[in-house]
Write a protein that binds this ligand. Structure first.
Ligand code: ZN
Length: 299
């Protein structure tokens, strides 16, 4: 397995009594960092959320997709991540330039940026009429603990979650990755204790990646060799925005608002929150959109 590609592995362990996922998300988080110009603490907060999103996306099927909103009381504001079953992930933070002094463990102070209270909202589009929605209060702000809490409370699936982002002194991303281990029916109390001990003793995911461990190797630190990898999924940043979609958004503003924009500025610039791509429209283009926005005469 290559060490330099973002990849997710899925499998089971201990005779099918544990479901396991692990991911390397270094390129993905690096791209988020560059696109949004996030400062280190914000990079870690957004990167951990994106890594959780990538793994949760891999729990979906077909065209299902999900959105994570981390709405804490901290200075970073809202963090939003979209992910799907194809390993495509995008995301942003309201305030990408948040950087705080290291916490008392000498680590990036993610909880300080996110806040230690607030909510995590997860919405899953499963192709049904209504999306599935789950919300839990933020209990730590470090995010791995918060996603663990989400799985326990909202999905009734006891899980262990590890998320890590290592940022270089120049602000670039050195390593990012994570794991989610979920307990399935049939696990004995003895096995549960063994699992909890292993999760408690595992070095940070970024330390393991730094030693050259693959996502599969990370899982072996937790569950040992009784591990069956079912498949792997490449992960990548992907945004669905396009000129067409932005045009439709402008048209939906309506006749009076569009007229106002043309009169005030004679042009418009729309920036996609998710990828920071700028879409520019000159007067001629805006006037065409205005035509589309005008109510059609009744025949
Ligand atoms: Zn975009």
């Amino acid at each position: 397995m290559e060490h330099n590609k973002d990849i997710l592995v899925r499998g089971t362990a201990w005779g099918g009594k544990i479901r396991v996922f692990a991911a390397r998300t270094t390129e993905l988080v690096g791209e988020l960092q560059r696109r949004h110009g996030t400062m280190p603490t914000a990079t870690a907060a957004l990167g951990r959320t994106a890594t959780a999103g990538a793994i949760m996306g891999a729990m979906l099927k077909g065209e299902e997709k999900l959105t994570i909103q981390v709405k804490g009381e901290g200075p970073i504001g809202q963090i939003v991540v979209d992910a799907n079953a194809h390993g495509e992930v995008r995301g942003y933070a309201d305030h990408p330039h948040v950087h705080l002094a290291s916490n008392d463990k000498g680590k990036l102070d993610v909880a300080g940026a996110v806040g230690r209270s607030g909510y995590i909202h997860i919405s899953k589009d499963l192709g049904l009429k209504e999306p599935y929605r789950g919300s839990v209060p933020i209990i730590s702000g470090e995010l791995a603990e918060d996603f663990t809490y989400y799985f326990a409370v909202s999905e009734q699936t006891p899980s262990a979650v590890g998320l890590g982002v290592l940022v270089d002194t120049d602000g670039s991303v050195i390593h990012a990755g994570g794991f989610i281990v979920q307990i399935l029916p049939g696990l004995t109390d003895e096995e549960l204790t063994k699992l909890e001990q292993a999760v408690g003793m595992i070095p940070p995911v970024t330390a393991l990646l730094d030693q050259g461990e693959t996502p599969e190797g990370v899982l072996k630190w937790i569950v040992g060799d009784d591990l069956v990898i079912h498949d792997t999924l490449p992960l990548a940043f992907a945004c669905k925005c396009s000129s067409d979609r932005v045009e439709q958004t402008l048209v939906s503003l309506g006749e009076s608002e569009l007229t106002q924009i043309i009169e005030d500025n004679g042009k418009a610039e729309v920036v996609c929150h998710f990828c920071n791509e700028t879409y520019s429209f000159d007067r001629t283009q805006l006037e065409k959109l205005l035509d589309q926005a005008k109510p059609k005469p009744i025949q």
